[in-house]
Design a binder for this molecule. Structure first.
Ligand code: AMP
Ligand code: GLY
Length: 428
């Protein structure tokens, strides 16, 4: 039977999902922004907000969707999966209750604690800012200060890294966050594992390292992610034997404790001198990480969705043994003071081993222009990280003006810094 799949979301992540699904199904898409890459792959693209559950269901029914996938957390938080499931359209994406593992960081830490999930840092949750400030004063050590709700990765402040204790308290007092999580500052190297989950089962994909800071050398404010890389193996060059498996054990414990979870479970880990600890979980693919992972997935992604819906065992996943490097082009001044309106003229020759993914672009009569969010990404894939990096850079050479790109992502120098940093942390 041919499947009709509705994709919700219009970012780079969803362009990667569209590319993975389009060859095997009739694809329809909706998002608040018209992504030209997705529109080209889909039979139809409707402009509908990712959180407008009723309108999404209506559209899904009108196109005869047999499956759906929700890309962004905003849709999951708004109960879009619940609404589509209730309409009889199986949705690969957790319902609102399970998505709390991402959308409520206080729930997430308590859930880990109550279920003895390994890798939980020391934490405390507060619904009173002054009590949180007292805890900062009393705590022996550095803390990460986190609003409990969604902030697009931009709400966390780490004492001893980005802010002093006084600045952290001022941040809390100036903000209107009503619930916060304070947790032990973890020191190490970050990596992500995205798992495909359904019916109490899961399949993992290779580890990815994202780069959250806006500027080269990991300087500047946090962003949604400036770029990311994977290696030819499931592990990354700074990880030791056993680190990847230890992180997979954490994912397994979560899946066991949440038998109704379906969709992607994204574990973000800090590799510390005590092994991987959990920074957070997301209830969806990462953006940019989906652009590393899905292009090297050789198993049809549609087969995962169909098996999930049918209650069958998920297929084993094959990944091409290729390294990938993804680099985002963002508007100048992003994320604090982004300047929209630069024309996007980039073209990528896919025979070079590079792929182009559109994110937030403004399609006008005379071409594509930047908005205030991330614009587009280029992914190189090759036999080694450094080669994939060079392919991505060559593809970006004609990116045009008005963009900022972290040229250091995936370079040998930066990967070596990660290896050296981890060796230092392990006391080697
Ligand atoms: P999150 O929104 O939870 O992904 O956090 C954003 C960023 O803050 C992460 O990518 C980390 O770099 C940093 N961060 C979050 N929690 C901690 C922690 N407990 N210790 C150190 N850094 C953290
Ligand atoms: N790249 C981080 C995220 O998708 O949350």
């Amino acid at each position: 039977m041919s499947e009709t799949v509705l994709l919700v979301g219009g970012g780079g992540r969803e362009h990667a999902i569209a590319r993975a699904l389009a060859p095997d199904c009739d694809l329809y898409a909706c998002a608040s922004n018209r992504n030209p890459g997705i529109a080209e792959l889909a039979e139809d693209f409707e402009t509908i907000s990712e959180t407008a559950a009723d309108d999404i269901v209506e559209y899904a029914e009108s196109v005869g969707a047999t499956l759906a996938i929700v890309g962004p957390e905003s849709g999951l938080a708004a109960g879009v999966s619940d609404a589509l499931d209730a309409a009889g359209i199986y949705t690969f994406g957790p319902q609102e209750a399970e998505a709390r593992i991402e959308t409520d960081k206080a729930f997430q830490r308590r859930f880990m604690h109550e279920n003895d999930i390994p890798g939980n840092p020391d934490f405390a949750t507060f619904d009173d800012v002054e009590a949180a400030c007292d805890y900062i004063d009393e705590y022996d050590g550095d803390l990460a200060v986190k609003p409990a709700g969604l902030t697009g990765g931009k709400g966390v402040k780490v004492i001893g890294d980005q802010v002093t204790p006084e600045e952290a308290k001022a941040y809390l007092r100036d903000s209107d966050y009503d619930r916060v999580v304070l947790e032990e500052r973890l020191v190490g190297e970050e990596f992500t594992i995205q798992a495909f989950v359904a019916n109490g089962e899961f399949r993992v994909s290779p580890a990815v390292q994202d780069h959250k800071r806006a500027y080269e050398g990991d300087e500047g404010p946090n962003t949604g992610g400036m770029g990311s890389y994977t290696d030819v193996t499931p592990s990354l060059p700074f990880m030791a034997d056993g680190d990847y498996d230890a992180a997979v054990e954490v994912i397994e414990a979560v899946v066991d404790a949440m038998p109704d979870y379906k969709g992607i479970l994204y574990g973000q880990f800090m590799l510390t001198n005590e092994g991987p600890k959990v920074i957070e979980f997301n209830a969806r693919f990462g953006d940019p990480e989906a652009m590393n992972t899905l292009p090297v997935l050789e198993t049809p992604f549609l087969d995962v969705l169909v098996a999930a819906r049918e209650g069958e065992s998920l297929p084993e996943l094959d990944f091409a043994e290729k390294a990938t490097v993804c680099k985002y082009a963002v508007p100048e001044g992003y994320p604090t003071d982004p300047e929209a309106g630069a024309q996007i003229t980039v073209e990528v020759d896919e025979d070079s081993g590079a792929l182009l993914f559109y994110a937030s672009v403004d399609a006008r009569d005379d071409g594509l222009y930047t908005t205030t969010s991330r614009s587009f990404a280029v992914v190189g894939h090759a036999e080694a990280i450094s080669q994939a990096e060079q392919i991505a850079e060559s593809a970006l050479a004609d990116a045009g003006d008005g963009f900022h790109i972290r040229h250091d992502i995936g370079t040998e120098a930066l990967v070596q810094r990660r290896i050296d940093h981890m060796a230092e942390i392990r006391g080697e």
